[in-house]
Design a protein around this ligand. Structure first.
Ligand SMILES: [Zn+2]
Length: 1006
């Protein structure tokens, strides 16, 4: 929007007159210079560095150094760190700090004077709808660790100004990270308007159901002008891939000359008065900047200086003063006003609609394959972290160089952090940018796989063995509980013998693979204590089972049910086939080949459950009105069945029964477009199998889709749910989602993100869906829940086509859901544990047998860690930061001039500096509290060596919580809600332990 458009000239002049006689300035305007730099959107990270990011930091640092009154806030640490370690470290230093580059010296100065302020401080500005809170913590920790290590500072304000909707997880996490205030922007358009009118854009947000002040945060919603100050950019638009040599960019604003000065001043003043009416205090936050701004900061500041100077010259006449400020400067002024603020409860701001036709609910399922990869990478990282930590601290590691191991983890931490960006995991980026995310994740995963193989190698040195042709499977359980589950391997022979580390046969089942005709799925039942390993030897069996005493795995039997056409009405349920385990009986209808109902043993209840693939046909003609795209979901009508025929096969064995339903788009298609592979496990004779028994595991096959189709799996039941759905915020807590009767766009506006779980229920029973990755979820009918699994879109929006942002995703995806059914008393406990079991499945590493392993020898047992079932070990890692946990000591070290020798020593001292966070998940996060028992800490720590000291740290590890004093914001709530519940733990406890590991020989470098 051009400033001239803000108000006709006459009106503007009138306004200035009305402002009246000279008085003290009534309004204080905080102009906060910033540049919104997406970590991958239309261009890759490297292209962005080249085209503008490098110049943003180069020129901003120069301009701030030149003029003391100027300020800037820096947000995305991935970019800042690339600049800091790259270009900024090159140019020579000065006399004061000869060992620092000139840029490094200047930045240190600006940071120490508070003129350059880091806000948010994560690697990226993470999405809030489809990210898991584990990954949010990771990406914040990566950025915060760097800032603390480098500058001794800790960000205190957030800046979540572009994510598409706001989650209630964020206030909780940011409070625990030590933030004093939180900024969001994209919330439902008419809610924002109402909040403006009622001066409710600022409130204290109690994101967690727990009412502890420890987890609430003062929140500021940017008004409708958002984070952009249109008409006030003088540096134009960046040019990709290289900056132009003549320094001339498109869309550069005319400079502020004497003739134009007055119109700029009037425009800014009008805007200020409009905004001021929406806020309680006489302070206006005026974000100055937008996407990709300040790459030519001298033009920006030179012009804005003139506007500010002119406004301030007449401050007494029009009652407005303007100053450059950081975000902290603004919040300090608001805080000093000492008002009592309204309180918002744990409700989130999802979904986000930018107007009545644009519900941003499509991105919950855009690029489903990337969403899956992001979570797999995160799970692998989680496993790699604890495996590495325990190995380095506990065991001799003759071949493993810990510094190299840390590097591998570091690379994956960066890749997983990067993909949390609000244009990454959301699927709202250009095609080549998606390739970059995949490449970073894949090479990070490759590195961690190599690290894991090295750890296994270290634990069981290679020996020449006599048994070629077989394989060794090492299985690691990354959870700190004993897990009983079935792992699946692929083998190319049907007669298999499998034995454990003591040479005993292991329960297993082999069956023809569902997708590769020449291969076989080998299901192996395993029970693994927390954070420990099992080893299995797998051999082709020499003779058929009858001829030998050698233990041979059972071969599953198969029953085929030919294609059935999709019925249009008529009798169903006439002939049912039961498939059962100890917890459920699933009834399949032979007349339709679809699921008919499920009987749950514990409550002796039968619920009708049927599942079908359907598709929404997307609007795609841009000239005919709003369309479905990467962001927005805009169906042309109700969902329609997406298949004409379905065939079924039931593969039954002693461990698992698998129901294979394949759906054909046309009656005589050769290949199915959709499939459901459901598994029921048969519980072993031990109590450990409770979770395994109480789930129906489903894997799907979806795709390739036709153009402009959005595919859902609709599960319909006879539960009387009144269309009330529950879905999670970031795997952290549940939100109640009643169906809302919007006048417009009703289907899309009733879609919500599902990151880890969703459920529907009535008095009798609850149907829980657990997911491995993010999807969209909705309940469009009574007793129904539908999950959007995949989208393929094409549109004729010129801008989208030119930028390769059209979501023509022709891939086949294989998402996984686990179904739990039963009364809430049963499923509420199972839901959280099962969700974690799905998220952190055991990691299987295979080695060829010809180079290794005489059966049962050479493996070093590792002490297991078993926590109480109500506690989840959130993370166990060696962060590798080079800072002291004592803040004063750390600052002194930084001030001493970062002597390199000292630094080196420092790093070694702190290599064994652990962070782990525990969440008492199962007592209901945020729904109640209980102190973290000391015994829990002990049981984890005793698996690590001799503990020297333990201290509680903030969520991202940079604060000693005893020293972290967040601002208190007075609220209009009765005081009973404000009681401090310390030392009760309602969220995460982040504990750093200094550990002396058991003595072992020094590592050999690789
Ligand atoms: Zn953005």
């Amino acid at each position: 929007m051009e400033p001239r458009g803000w108000l006709p000239l006459l009106l503007r002049l009138g306004l200035i007159c009305l402002l009246g006689a000279p008085s003290e300035p009534r309004l204080r305007v905080f102009v906060v210079p910033h540049s919104h730099m997406d970590v991958g959107w239309l261009h890759t990270v490297q292209e962005s560095m080249q085209a503008y990011v490098t110049n943003v930091y180069n020129t901003v640092v120069e301009e701030l150094t030149l003029e003391k009154k100027r300020r800037f806030i820096a947000v995305e640490q991935e970019y800042f760190r690339l600049w800091w370690d790259g270009v900024a470290s090159d140019n020579p230093g000065d006399v004061t700090w000869p060992f620092l580059s000139a840029h490094h010296a200047k930045v240190r100065q600006l940071v120490s004077e508070g003129r350059l302020e880091f806000v948010l401080g994560g690697q990226v500005m993470h999405d809030e709808a489809v990210t898991h809170f584990d990954d949010q913590i990771l990406q914040l920790t990566e950025g915060h660790g760097f800032l603390y290590e480098t500058f001794g500072i800790r960000p205190q304000f957030s800046w979540q100004v572009d994510p598409f909707g706001a989650s209630a997880t964020t206030p909780t996490l940011f409070a625990l990270a030590g933030f004093n205030a939180h900024v969001i922007s994209r919330i439902n358009y008419n809610l924002k308007e109402a909040m403006q009118d009622n001066q409710q854009l600022q409130f204290v947000w109690r994101g967690s159901r727990s009412l502890s002040a420890q987890q609430e945060i003062f929140t500021h919603v940017l008004d409708k002008f958002g984070y952009c100050s249109e008409g006030f950019y003088w540096d134009g638009e960046p040019i990709f891939p290289h900056p132009p040599e003549n320094g001339w960019y498109p869309s550069m604003q005319f400079p502020v000359t004497w003739e134009r000065l007055q119109s700029f001043v009037e425009a800014v003043l009008y805007n200020v008065w409009v905004r001021a009416a929406w806020f309680w205090t006489p302070h206006v936050l005026w974000p100055w900047g937008c996407d990709r701004q300040f790459f030519n900061a001298s033009l920006q500041f030179a012009n804005m200086d003139r506007v500010l100077e002119q406004v301030n010259k007449f401050a007494y006449q029009h009652g407005v003063s303007m100053e450059y400020a950081t975000l902290g400067g603004y919040f300090r002024a608001v805080h000093a006003h000492q008002l009592s603020w309204p309180v918002r409860d744990q409700r989130d701001f999802l979904p986000y609609s930018s107007d009545m036709h644009h519900a941003w609910t499509g991105f919950y399922a855009s690029r489903s394959g990337l969403k899956a990869l992001a979570r797999r990478a995160s799970a692998l990282l989680y496993a790699g972290e604890s495996m590495f930590t325990r190995h380095v601290l506990l065991a001799p590691h003759p071949h493993l160089d810990p510094a190299w191991g840390l590097q591998q983890l570091q690379q994956l931490r960066w890749a997983v952090s990067e993909v949390q960006h609000h244009d990454a995991i959301t699927g709202t980026h250009a095609l080549e940018v998606g390739d970059m995310f995949v490449e970073h994740l894949s090479s990070g995963m490759q590195g961690v796989h190599t690290l894991m193989a090295s750890i296994i190698q270290d634990r069981s040195p290679a020996q020449s063995g006599p048994e070629p042709g077989g394989r060794l499977a090492v299985v690691y359980n990354p959870l700190a509980w004993t897990v009983t589950t079935i792992i699946t391997l692929t083998v190319d022979f049907p007669n298999v013998s499998i034995t454990d580390e003591s040479g005993h046969p292991v329960p297993a089942q082999v069956q023809r693979s569902k997708e590769v005709p020449s291969a076989y799925d080998l299901h192996v039942l395993t029970t693994i204590p927390g954070l420990s390993y099992r080893h299995y030897s797998i051999h082709p069996s020499r003779r058929p089972q009858e001829d030998t005493l050698e233990p041979v795995t059972s071969l599953a039997s198969s029953r085929q049910f030919g294609r059935r056409l999709r019925r249009r009405g008529g009798l169903v349920g006439g002939s049912l086939v039961p498939v059962e385990n100890d917890c459920y009986t699933v009834f399949l209808d032979k007349d339709t080949n679809l699921m008919h109902s499920i009987w749950e043993r514990w409550s002796n209840q039968t619920v009708q459950v049927t599942q079908s693939f359907m598709e929404y046909h997307a609007k795609s003609d841009f000239d005919q009105g709003p369309i479905s795209d990467n962001y927005v979901f805009r169906p042309s009508g109700r969902a329609k069945p997406a298949w004409e025929a379905v065939r079924m096969e039931i593969v039954a064995g002693p461990l698992v029964t698998e129901i294979r339903q394949e759906f054909y788009r046309e009656v005589d298609d050769r290949e199915p477009t959709f499939a459901i592979y459901s598994r029921l496990a048969h519980r072993p004779q031990s109590s450990d199998g409770e979770l395994l028994c109480h789930r129906i595991e489903q894997e799907y096959r979806v795709g390739p889709l036709e153009l402009n189709r959005e595919a859902i799996l609709r599960t319909s039941t006879d539960l009387n749910t009144g269309r009330v759905l529950y879905s999670d915020n970031n795997g952290y807590q549940m939100q109640r989602r009643p169906y809302r009767n919007y006048t417009n766009n009703i289907i899309a506006q009733n879609y919500y993100p599902m990151v880890q779980s969703a459920f529907i229920q009535d008095r009798r029973s609850r149907l829980v869906l657990l997911s491995e990755q993010a999807h969209g979820v909705s309940s469009q009918g009574n007793g129904q829940v539908e999950v959007m699994l995949h989208r393929r879109l094409w549109n004729n929006d010129k801008w989208a086509v030119e930028n390769d942002l059209t979501l023509n995703d022709s891939s086949v995806v294989h998402p996984v859901l686990w179904l739990l059914l039963g009364p809430w008393t049963l499923t509420s406990g199972l839901r959280q544990r099962s969700g974690l079991a799905l998220q952190h499945r055991p990691v299987v590493m295979l080695r060829e047998m010809n180079e290794t392993a005489r059966r049962g020898s050479g493996f070093k047992l590792q002490e297991a860690v078993t926590l109480p079932s109500s506690i989840h070990l959130q993370i166990l890692s060696i962060p590798g930061w080079k800072y002291s946990s004592n803040h004063t000591e750390h600052l002194q070290t930084l001030q001493k001039g970062l002597d390199h020798c000292h630094h080196y020593h420092y790093r070694h001292h702190h290599l064994h500096h652990l962070t782990f966070v525990m969440v008492p998940h199962l007592q209901g996060l945020g729904s109640g509290c209980s102190p973290l028992p000391c015994s829990v800490l002990q049981s984890v720590l005793q698996g690590l060596g001799s503990v020297v000291s333990v201290e509680e740290r903030s969520l991202t590890g940079t604060w000693d919580v005893r020293k972290m004093h967040r601002w208190t914001w007075s609220t209009r709530d009765p005081p009973r809600h404000r009681e401090c519940v310390c030392p009760c733990v309602c969220g995460c406890v982040n504990v750093c332990a200094h550990v002396c590991s058991r003595p072992h020989p020094p590592p050999m470098s690789r």
